[in-house]
Design a protein around this ligand. Structure first.
Ligand code: NI
Length: 138
């Protein structure tokens, strides 16, 4: 870890009280760690909104594998972007449904495009993209 810099933050007592309740619920050991995570999250979101930063994301899909050609389409799309695909986890949820978690890495705009293409496929019942930082900074 790099050297820490101490800063002072002025904040209303009521707002701080609510923040303390929130971080207790989330099991943070200290306010400092909670503040650092808020800042990191804001930076990831900003990087994400500019579309230029390098991000890692997970695309979670729940789909009905009986939908015609869906498996082929999902696989084909992942091969089209094979440089961005890091790993896939597949779970057979029940007789008809599959859960897939695909780890994607690349520029934010590309990761978003890939996720949108996967999630919007016919037969995908639910899809969610979660983005995080590639970890090079922060
Ligand atoms: Ni399956």
């Amino acid at each position: 870890m790099s050297e820490l810099t101490r800063i002072g933050v002025a904040i209303e007592a009521s707002l701080l009280g609510q923040f303390d309740e929130l971080i207790a619920k989330k099991s943070y050991a200290s306010r400092s760690e909670a503040f650092r995570d808020l800042i990191r999250d804001a930076l990831v979101q900003e990087q994400w909104s500019r579309g230029t930063g390098h991000v890692v994301g997970t695309v979670t899909l729940v789909y009905d594998h009986r939908v015609r050609l869906l498996n082929e389409r999902l696989t084909s799309l992942q091969h089209d972007f094979h440089h961005a695909m890091l790993s896939t986890l597949h779970v057979h949820l029940d007789h008809d449904h599959c859960l897939e978690v695909i780890v994607v890495r690349g520029r934010a705009a590309q990761v978003k495009r890939i996720a949108d293409a996967l999630i919007s496929m016919k037969g995908v019942k639910h899809g969610q993209l979660t983005v995080t930082t590639a970890g090079a900074s922060g």
